[in-house]
Design a protein around this ligand. Structure first.
Ligand SMILES: NC(=O)c1ccc[n+]([C@@H]2O[C@H](COP(=O)([O-])OP(=O)(O)OC[C@H]3O[C@@H](n4cnc5c(N)ncnc54)[C@H](O)[C@@H]3O)[C@@H](O)[C@H]2O)c1
Ligand SMILES: [Zn+2]
Length: 348
């Protein structure tokens, strides 16, 4: 087993191993298990059995697959269900699923009785390397992604690697975007393994690779848990990504939007005279093979970029790479964004 410590108060551990779901136990008599309905089909039985073997009584709530669960309706229904079940403060929420499920379940845990314990069993690559670590929880509004939420750290994360083998190839490649991004902003050695032929859920070095990728996230979160500064660097590529997700009404999945968004940010950086990383981001898009974008104009995405959470009263701020592994948060002029859009648009 590999472990990454997230050095916050209180500290918690991300455990990474094959078949970990068979050993997940938590010190709570009652557990509300919030499970993505697709992930549940493959992986729920093992998890329930191990939680029960550890002495927890488990009530399962399945939620619609993926982003369809990440909204205020599902959130409100879950809260009512927990209240009807009579769950008390010493109960725990356990999430089983991808980032959408863990964001939703974490926000339920943050809100119910003003906060109860929360554990994550991520079942997508994206959730393992990014969403399950760091305590950002929340849901979407029609007006934009992740606009409502809370910081609520998990008490433990159990990345059980065999769950990745039931992921569609496309969803696996989607998650690789966040891993590639961690490489670009902090540890370039993490980029090459993703681009090597045969990088997939069965790769023999996956546990070691994921440990290194998760370490990047854990380090950033420990320095800046509430995103006052450095944590925003994890949003490389996300300003356009969130706009593309909103404008396509989530037809474009997050990881693919991030793939596109990183390339756009790289073009912006090149125009500003920073290190040209477009070769890397283009190589990533070649690996990822994201879905084609609809015919969009700058005017379609600009209003959503303006609502990005990194925006302040003076405008939109972008994470820019001055060099690989040297990120910075800065304002970018509209003319530059527009010029970059024209180059970006050639892609679709
Ligand atoms: N909280 C954070 O710090 C953070 C960081 C990054 C991303 N996110 C959020 O995470 C979400 C994206 O997460 P995601 O990429 O995991 O997507 P997701 O949760 O939407 O899951 C993607 C798809 O995979 C399916 N699935 C999940 N596990 C499976 C399995 N083991 N086998 C087969 N199918 C499975 C789901 O049903 C869904 O259809 C976005 O909402 C994004 O905003 C949050
Ligand atoms: Zn992301």
């Amino acid at each position: 087993m590999s472990e990454v410590q997230v050095l916050l108060e209180p500290q918690y551990t991300v455990k990474i191993e094959q078949n970990l779901l068979e050993r997940v136990q938590v010190p709570h008599a009652r557990v509300a298990l919030i499970a993505d309905e697709t992930a549940a089909k493959y992986h729920l039985t093992k998890l329930v059995a191990s939680l029960e073997a550890g002495g927890s009584s488990v009530k399962v709530f399945t939620v619609p697959s993926g982003e369809a669960c990440k909204n205020l309706d599902v959130f409100a229904k879950l809260l009512s269900s927990l209240a009807l079940e009579g769950l008390t403060r010493d109960a725990a929420i356990v999430a089983l699923g991808g980032g959408a499920t863990s964001d939703l379940a974490g926000y339920v845990a943050a809100s119910y009785l003003r906060g109860i314990a929360f554990y994550v069993c991520p079942t997508t690559l994206l959730a393992m390397v990014d969403a399950s670590v760091g305590g950002k929880t929340g849901v979407n509004l029609i007006e934009g992604k992740n606009l409502v939420g809370a910081f609520h750290q998990p008490k433990g994360v159990f990345a059980s690697l065999e769950t990745l083998s039931t992921l569609p190839e496309r969803t696996f490649r989607e998650g690789a975007a966040e891993a590639f991004k961690h490489g670009l902003i902090a540890n370039p050695a993490l980029m090459q393994p993703i681009l090597e032929p045969g990088f997939n859920a069965e790769s023999s070095n996956l546990e070691t690779f994921l440990k290194a990728v998760i370490q990047v996230k854990a380090d950033v979160v420990a320095i800046d848990p509430f995103e006052k500064h450095q944590r925003a660097f994890l949003n490389y590529g996300h300003t356009l990504a969130h706009a593309l997700e909103a404008v396509t009404v989530h037809k474009l999945p997050h990881g693919e939007a991030v793939g596109y968004g990183m390339h756009y940010a790289a073009i912006v950086g090149k125009i500003l005279g920073y290190e040209d990383v477009t070769g890397h981001t283009k190589a990533f898009l070649n690996y990822q093979q994201p879905s084609k974008l609809p015919n969009l104009g700058f005017g379609d995405v600009e209003p959503f970029m303006a609502r990005d959470k990194k925006a302040d009263s003076e405008g939109v701020r972008f994470v820019m790479l001055h060099e690989i592994a040297k990120p910075n948060l800065e304002r970018v002029r509209r003319e530059v964004l527009l010029e970059a859009w024209d180059e970006f648009k050639i892609l679709f």
